[in-house]
Design a protein around this ligand. Structure first.
Ligand code: ATR
Length: 282
């Protein structure tokens, strides 16, 4: 039996997950004695798989599509950011049971601020989408003290729900916070526009006024692929700088690694290596 501490990512599908590769790099970089595998979770058997992994000595898991809500329900305790997100992507198994956390929002913020060098302090931020991915990043964005956050969604009612849910947090953080349908963006350019819609999956461009984009805008798509997404291409045409979500993937993994090991890996170095690996495959 291996002496190393066992971790895994669980999802369905799972074969294309880059998490095992990323965590192997973090382990090599930090010297932490871990092994990180992948588990194909049966659609009707998520809890059973997690319990089996715990019984076999597993220390923690990352959780991906479609199990983030089930992981939220399964956890014995939740971090405040996981409770606010309503979804869990990181499980830690300890003497007090199963702890659920959500590192996606912090991963986004770290990629924007550390890897892309764009400070969110005082920034005007536009968030496109009001589903689970959007909900998970609202509090971590407030933590960076932006001037304003606007949520724009195809279905206005879902944006209004998020504004209601987080209105008190916004007031506490001193952030101007509003949202609604496609016409709800404030006038003028935004500093950062984040695409948190599922639109890039089917090459759909979310509705958003072109005047929100400009030379001073970072347009960030949470998705990534071999080619720039339609959202990124659109943003570049309007003069903005664009990024995909590969760095968010690496940084959410780095935050999970930190939760489990109390050691912070260098996400930027692993991101550069991952990007080079993917470019070589195209
Ligand atoms: P996730 O967990 O990935 O956020 P979700 O909770 O199903 O998934 O939310 C999907 C988000 O993408 C929603 O904001 C959705 O808009 P609606 O609330 O109007 O459904 C948005 N979305 C999906 N496809 C879209 C498209 N083609 N254009 C614009 N928005 C889209």
């Amino acid at each position: 039996m291996s002496q190393k501490d066992q971790y895994a990512v669980i999802g369905n599908p799972i074969e294309h997950s880059k998490s095992p590769w990323i965590h192997a790099k973090f382990a090599a970089q930090t010297g932490e004695p871990i092994e990180y595998g992948r588990i194909l979770g049966p659609l009707d058997g998520f809890t059973r798989e997690v319990k089996n992994f715990i019984a076999s000595g597993g220390r923690g898991m990352n959780v991906t599509v479609p199990f983030k809500l089930e992981a939220h329900a399964l956890a014995d305790s939740l971090s405040p950011r996981a409770a606010a997100a309503g979804a869990v992507n990181t499980l830690a198994f300890g003497p007090d049971g199963v702890r659920g956390d959500n590192t996606d929002g912090v991963g986004l913020v770290r990629d924007i601020e550390v890897n892309l060098g764009v400070s969110l302090k005082g920034a005007r931020i536009l968030l496109l989408g009001a589903g689970g991915a959007a909900r998970g990043v609202v509090l971590p964005i407030f933590d960076r003290a932006p001037a304003a956050l606007t949520i724009v969604n195809r279905t206005a009612a879902k944006a209004h729900q998020l504004v209601d849910q987080f209105a008190q947090n916004a007031a506490d953080s001193g952030v101007r916070f509003s949202g609604g349908g496609a016409d709800s963006a404030e006038a003028g350019q935004y500093d950062v526009i984040v695409n948190a819609t599922a639109g890039s999956l089917d090459a759909a461009l979310p509705d958003c006024d072109d005047s929100a984009f400009g030379a001073g805008t970072l347009a960030y798509d949470m998705m990534y692929g071999a080619q720039p997404t339609v959202f990124m291409q659109h943003a570049v045409k309007l003069g903005a700088r664009a990024s995909d979500g590969l760095g968010m993937l690496v940084e959410q993994a780095a935050e999970s690694f930190f939760i489990w090991r109390n050691v912070r890996p260098d996400g930027g170095a692993v991101l550069r290596e991952l990007r080079a690996t993917l470019a070589a495959k195209v």
